[in-house]
Design a protein around this ligand. Structure first.
Ligand code: SF4
Ligand code: SF4
Length: 353
């Protein structure tokens, strides 16, 4: 892997030069203190001083809702999925790991043509970050990305150290080679090592992920699941914001005047009541505690036994999003026997008095 340098004040010239035939996506401020990935005309619109976007990059590969095909009485027509070339800039290491998990999921057992087409047309440009109180990527080992990107920009003083992670990334650098400097000095290397050490020390939240598969097994009937369910609103937000949640549903939308239907694919969430409902109205997971158990079994146990790592990349979105404080940190803490200070634990104390 080659590493080059780029002056930070040349970043926008680089992004403009490489995105002439692609959509340029990246983090843009939304409201006072939130961010989202958005297409921009001008890279000056990016705000790189962010910790996490509301939704992860999965929305760019598989939008929350899209038509797969049009069904007619005796035939169907495939919708052409957007083949637009995209450059996705400013992706943090946890989200790069989220993309790697989706790559595995959507290509290992069954190839998902919608995901694959979109993914193959997207160049990933990663960017360094600094943790806040919700970031758990140090515990999941996803605080650094060694693969899954085409270029990765680490901001140090007024420069970037730019890791070239693929031949596509190398091609981008070759479009404007005059912007880059190939000579890394000992000082650059020392600065980077110091930055890595300081960043490691800045993490505040931790989870013992190694112990979680055992704890999930041992505490499958623990009162914690009932306690969580008293407060859970079954809103599905924790699944929507999670970069590793992949469940979807398929709906028919009739086009009455044409004797045809649009067959649409839309994000689903195992925390929603309708998720486990089948024809005839039977629901296999009617209770919120069973649905939360399913969600956390996937995150903390089942995925580990199949893929050797948790289905959590420590992005902290569930912690920043759930209105009642149910998130991977507080649930893992409760399973680990901690006194958890969250709305759901205080509420459970009230309702079970
Ligand atoms: S755990 Fe929180 S975010 Fe998830 S469904 Fe329940 S209330 Fe909504
Ligand atoms: S479980 Fe929470 S912290 Fe982990 S990847 Fe999903 S949203 Fe991020």
């Amino acid at each position: 892997m080659r590493i080059v340098k780029l002056k930070q004040d040349r970043l926008n010239s680089f992004l403009e030069a490489v995105s002439t035939d692609s959509e340029l996506w990246g983090p843009v401020k939304k409201g006072a203190d939130k961010h989202r990935f958005k297409i921009v005309d001008n890279p000056a619109e990016f705000d790189l001083d962010y910790t996490r976007t509301i939704l992860p990059p999965k929305k760019i590969f598989l939008p929350p809702r899209f038509n797969m095909f049009k069904a007619m009485p005796t035939a169907y027509e495939e919708e052409t999925m957007d083949p637009t070339k995209k450059i996705l800039f400013g992706v943090h290491p946890c989200d790069i790991h989220g993309i790697l998990i989706m790559d595995q999921f959507y290509t290992q057992t069954y190839n998902d043509p919608y995901y694959i087409r979109s993914r193959e047309n997207t160049i990933i440009l990663g960017h360094s970050c600094w943790p806040d109180e919700h970031c758990l990527c140090h515990s999941t080992g996803t605080d650094v990305a060694n693969e899954g990107y085409d270029l990765f920009f680490t901001a140090l003083n007024d420069e970037y150290l730019v890791w070239i992670g693929s031949s596509k990334g190398d091609d981008l650098v070759r479009i404007v080679p005059e912007l880059f400097n190939e000579d890394l000095s000992d000082r650059d290397i020392q600065n980077y090592i110091r930055w890595r050490e300081d960043r490691s020390k800045a993490f505040k939240a931790e989870i013992n992920f190694k112990a979680m598969p055992d704890f999930m097994e041992l505490k499958y009937r623990d009162a914690v699941w009932e306690n969580l369910s008293h407060a859970c609103l079954a809103c599905g937000s924790c699944s929507n914001v999670c970069p590793t949640c992949t469940c979807y549903n398929v709906n028919d939308k009739p086009r009455l005047s044409e004797n045809a239907s649009d067959i649409a694919r839309c994000w689903d969430a195992c925390t929603l009541e309708s998720y486990s409902e089948v024809a005839g109205g039977e629901n296999f997971r009617e209770s919120r505690s069973e649905r939360l158990k399913l969600y956390y079994t996937h995150k903390l146990q089942a995925f580990i036994s199949k893929y050797g790592k948790p289905a959590c990349v420590g992005c902290g979105r569930c912690a920043a999003t759930c209105p009642v404080g149910i998130n991977v940190k507080t649930v893992a803490g409760a399973l680990d026997g901690e006194e958890v200070d969250a709305f759901w634990s205080r509420y459970a104390t009230e309702v079970t008095k």
